[in-house]
Write a protein of this length. Structure first.
Length: 148
């Protein structure tokens, strides 16, 4: 299987841990490092447009990771909302599994907790979801004409 990981560079001190978690989860499940490509874009807002292009390259799944931390302005709401909306639209409209590992937290502490400390690693969780979705899509493809 081939995987694309699309990572927003903004808040890289968190996102780098999400990427590491995603790659580790995929390789532990049997993926070869050569079959995992990481694409870095400026931030979470840009993830959907990069993910769409990555999906078109023939990968089996795209794992999206990023980190948006609430600040004192409404900027958080726009960036987090559009990233979620864009990734969700891709997941609904493409025939390639697209998973969501973008942190939307209220504080740096919450982000750290979700990037590999006490709340686990959401990049790894998104990668595991991608593996499960690939298997599910393949199973559905084998059952053409059946319902349920």
């Amino acid at each position: 299987m081939k995987f694309g990981i699309v990572a927003g560079r903004f808040n890289a001190f968190i996102v780098d841990h999400l990427v590491t978690g995603a790659v580790d989860a995929l390789t532990r499940a049997g993926a070869q490092a050569a079959d995992i490509t990481v694409y870095r874009c400026p931030g979470a807002f840009e993830i959907p447009q990069v993910a769409r292009r990555v999906a078109a390259t023939g990968v089996d799944a795209v794992v999206c990771v990023g980190c948006v931390i609430r600040g004192a302005t409404p900027h958080f709401d726009y960036v987090a909302g559009e990233a979620a909306r864009g990734i969700g639209e891709l997941a609904r409209t493409l025939d390639v599994p697209i998973t969501f590992g973008v942190l939307t937290t209220l504080s740096i502490e919450q982000a750290i907790e979700r990037a590999g400390t006490k709340a686990g690693n959401k990049g790894a969780d998104a990668a595991l979801a991608a593996l499960e979705m690939v298997a599910l899509f393949r199973a559905i493809g084998r059952r053409k004409g059946s319902q349920g």
